[in-house]
Design a protein around this ligand. Structure first.
Ligand code: TXA
Ligand code: MG
Length: 335
């Protein structure tokens, strides 16, 4: 399916397709979503089919205005009102108790629901035109890297989607921050562009940080978000995280084995050679996040033996990026 420039006529057509139970991929400020009518269980099941995603992994429901919250959530705690009024539209997903009439297909059988209002003119125009809630996970094959451009969706999903709205490259580039407000203490389930400090300032309380589960650690299952796996967001090429100081030795070693290497470098700038494909990444976290998935896709397409990612700073601004890098490199790191 060729992406279609998201003008008003295309958005009208996309809204009509959603009403007919079809799938529409659309841009958000974070990543592209694969959307279906959240009130139509058959349409929602198609999302799982197309992505190859287990049906127990809950989806995020997108809304175009705060008033829609009451049709989806059983209770809207003050904390949700505060966060929604501060950060919506924006890259923040709230987990709330679900209303019983929301199809259980949307929430993977959970009695909680993930909701966000995206900050993208095309997503908002589509939501307002459709006039309902749109269930949309990232528009990639299950466990692969999220798409941040319309062409990525085309590569991932081909003709299995009924329309791809092209709204250009996503501004933020990593998925939304997810906050669970269903318990006594608010929990961070997935770090994103909106930081822990920003959320804590609004809630005037500390967040409980739920870290990415280690696949070998079965004890963490109780606290982890359903569908949150350490091997998410991974390229198909083996990908490893490298400390800055160890890079020269590792590169030498790989070179002596004639390995073709992709390097996402942060501050390390070795001379390139015919076996090494290097992409120099920005020093600012926001710019880095914006192009991270595009760069990983680019290296993944070059038929390399290994992709190395140079370690980035261990600070709050880099939390979401470090989380995604950890997930992208989990298979090799855990070995
Ligand atoms: O930025 C984003 O959030 C993008 C765009 C398209 O909005 N969407 C996205 O969706 O990243 P997805 O499906 O790839 O990730 C949704 C995550 C799941 O991995 C799951 O862990 C969590 O949201 N989630 C959804 N419903 C949940 C629930 N009821 N309880 C806990 N976690 C939930
Ligand atoms: Mg996803």
């Amino acid at each position: 399916m060729k992406p279609i420039f998201a003008d008003n006529a295309a958005i009208d057509r996309a809204a009509a397709l959603l009403s007919q139970g079809k799938l529409v991929a659309f841009p958000t400020e974070t990543v592209y979503g694969l959307g279906a009518d959240a009130a139509n269980p058959q349409a929602v099941m198609q999302i799982f089919n197309v992505k190859g995603r287990p049906t127990a992994h809950p989806l995020i429901v997108h809304i175009g205005n705060i008033e829609q919250l009451k049709f989806l959530a059983q209770k809207i705690p003050d904390s949700a009102k505060k966060l929604a009024s501060t950060f919506w539209p924006g890259p923040l997903t709230l987990i709330l108790a679900k209303k019983s009439d929301v199809p259980s297909e949307v929430t993977g059988g959970q009695n909680t629901i993930a909701i966000r209002m995206p900050d993208h003119p095309v997503a908002l125009a589509l939501l307002n035109k459709f006039d309902g809630a749109i269930a949309a996970p990232s528009a990639n094959i299950f466990s692969r890297i999220s798409p941040t451009q319309a062409s990525h969706v085309e590569e991932e999903l081909g003709d299995n989607v009924d329309m791809i709205l092209d709204g250009g490259a996503c501004r933020i580039g990593v998925e939304s921050t997810i906050i669970d407000l269903t318990g006594p203490v608010p929990k961070l389930l997935r770090p994103g562009h909106i930081t822990v400090a920003e959320i804590e300032a609004v809630l005037e309380t500390e967040l409980m940080i739920i870290s990415t589960p280690n696949p070998k650690d079965t004890k963490t299952t109780e606290n982890r978000a359903p569908g949150m796996m350490s091997s998410h967001y991974a390229p198909t090429t083996p990908t490893a995280l490298c400390e800055h100081d160890k890079l020269p030795a590792i590169l030498n070693n790989l070179r002596s084995q004639n390995k073709r290497v992709g390097l996402l470098s942060y501050q390390f700038n070795p001379p390139e050679n015919r076996l090494m494909h290097m992409l120099c990444m920005p020093e600012q976290a926001e710019s880095y996040a914006q192009i991270l998935y595009t760069c990983l896709r680019e290296l993944d397409s070059r038929e390399l033996d290994i992709i190395l990612i140079e370690e980035t700073p261990d600070t709050e601004a880099w939390r979401a990026i470090n989380d995604r890098i950890k997930k992208a490199t989990a298979a090799l790191t855990d070995r």
